[in-house]
Write a protein that binds this ligand. Structure first.
Ligand code: SF4
Ligand code: FE
Length: 498
């Protein structure tokens, strides 16, 4: 059955040999690595949710494959036959209802992990490529869609995690890819063989780099004539020769090395990103989904970005739920839960968080069918969703810190709590309301610190700002999609202007 458990997913990672580095050392087993392991747990949650005891959650996490591929898959397994139950994270959206379920599932997982669970990027890449390869084949007579369907069948039948690699390192932002001092600053094709291509470049900020089985590469911007070498999309296993991952640091990441785990805030779950190098990587042609069709690069980028801007309406609202809960607990433990300004700040946090979620649902409900048969979100609403996400979590973080008080950034360590010399002092002087242990009060302060200042803030704050495109990228699409003429017509009619 094409539906693995979290445990089976963890086992699938054990047998790989990734070329991955962190703090100058090779990462031998990401799942057991003290700093990277929590982010692998978050991805495992995307598997476990498909076996959830709650039937509503289980139903959200499951879908049916609708792509019979007689041609067979691209790996050791068999292709998922039509109608087979698959994990929704590998599904192509077949209705507006599917798009809504996506956002609901992401909220459930955001709430359960309090972190980035990493699997949406590849999911969004699959959906964007499904539409764009179909479009290229129809217009140009290429065979990208058929190739892509074979890859999709492999991903679905093996229940794989894909990472979506879009963001090039870009060098001089004022220069086009070909005008850079170093032409490798945008990933490009450097050689073409009879049955393969060779690519070189780097993709930045790769979410879930070490937790994925496959990397789906896409161009980073709209391209034009003369930029064909940069118009390339393909999939390669993460273990491919020439692929090197250099994991990024996160604030307070080394707290994972110290016990007891209280200081970590969210000891079990996390996220990670890496700079991914493609050092002359050979890609077989049956895994190439765009090669030289510069005119289609922009459409692929816009669709992928649209899907991922929808995603944030679910996941960030789920993490927001955790922050609201932590802020409410902090207020309770501090003994101020009844104060009217405290209640009002919690109301404000809920209002802000539901605004994000409402945008995610709205762009999904307004989704429409594409010529490929799959569904895509309403692009204007998806971009409005993400534009809100660039601001709202920062205000939520401010409110949570306000409610928590100064302890959120001055709290002594878990080791001092465990020390026979200082532990008693901390238990005595860090106590809040009667009936709540000082240690529990410390835990909730650490969780707020984690989400607003520590490792968790990477996913909740700057990623909300820059992930799926920085704020200005959404404003460009909003400007293009804005129904200004319709608005003007409505105003003229009411004002009596002929
Ligand atoms: Fe998914 Fe959110 Fe992480 Fe993006 S940031 S991969 S949408 S959980
Ligand atoms: Fe992201």
């Amino acid at each position: 059955m094409a539906l693995k458990t979290g445990r089976e997913y963890l086992e699938s990672l054990r047998v790989r040999d990734l070329d991955a580095r962190y703090l100058g050392e090779k990462v031998v087993d990401p799942a057991l690595h003290p700093v990277i392991g929590p982010s692998i747990n978050s991805v495992a949650a995307t598997y476990d949710v498909a076996h959830d005891p709650d039937p509503t959650v289980r139903e959200l996490a499951r879908a049916r494959s609708e792509h019979p591929t007689g041609a067979g898959g691209q790996g050791p397994g068999r292709p998922a036959p039509e109608g087979e139950v698959i994990n929704r994270f590998t599904h192509i959206h077949r209705s507006a209802e599917d798009l809504v379920k996506k956002v609901k599932l992401q909220r459930v997982l955001g709430r359960r992990t309090g972190s980035c669970f990493q699997r949406c990027v590849g999911w969004d890449a699959l959906n964007a490529l499904y539409i764009t390869t179909h479009e290229m084949d129809a217009a140009l007579g290429t065979s990208y869609h058929r190739r892509f369907l074979r890859f999709l069948a492999y991903v679905q039948s093996e229940d794989l995690v894909c990472q979506g690699a879009m963001t090039d390192v870009k060098g001089d932002r004022g220069a086009r890819p070909g005008a850079q001092e170093d032409p490798d600053l945008y990933l490009r094709v450097v050689r073409r063989g009879d049955d393969h291509i060779v690519v070189r470049g780097a993709k930045a900020h790769q979410t879930g780099a070490l937790s994925s089985h496959e990397i789906i590469v896409m161009p980073t911007l709209a391209l034009g004539p003369g930029e064909e070498d940069y118009a390339v999309s393909f999939a390669v296993p993460s273990t491919s020769k020439g692929v090197v991952f250099i994991v990024g640091r996160q604030a307070a990441d080394l707290r994972c090395l110290y016990d007891p785990p209280l200081d970590r805030g969210n000891p079990r779950f996390g996220g990670h990103e890496a700079l991914t190098i493609f050092n002359d990587v050979e890609v077989p042609l049956d895994r190439v989904f765009m090669c030289g069709e510069a005119a289609y690069a922009g459409r692929l980028v816009e669709r992928f970005a649209g899907f991922h801007r929808q995603s944030y309406g679910g996941c960030k609202a789920g993490v927001g739920d955790v922050l609201i809960g932590a802020a409410a607990l902090a207020a309770e433990y501090n003994g101020v839960a009844g104060a009217s300004h405290v209640k009002d700040k919690l109301v404000e946090m809920v209002h802000l968080n539901e605004t994000i979620y409402a945008c995610g649902l709205a762009c999904s409900s307004e989704g429409r069918k594409t010529p490929a048969g799959s569904y895509i979100i309403d692009l204007l609403l998806a971009n409005v969703c993400k534009q809100n996400v660039t601001r709202i979590p920062y205000e939520m973080a401010r409110l949570a810190q306000d409610l928590a008080g100064g302890l959120v950034c001055t709290l002594p360590s878990a080791r001092d709590l465990a020390s026979p010399e200082t532990g008693e002092f901390l238990l005595k002087y860090l106590k809040g309301v009667p009936g709540v242990a000082a240690e529990d009060r410390m835990k909730v302060m650490r969780l707020i610190e984690h989400l607003t200042l520590g490792r968790g803030a990477v996913g909740y704050l700057p990623e909300s700002l820059h992930g799926a495109g920085s704020p200005q990228a959404q404003r460009l699409v909003i400007g293009r999609q804005a129904p200004l003429e319709e608005c003007k017509r409505a105003a003229k009619t009411l004002a009596g202007i002929a």
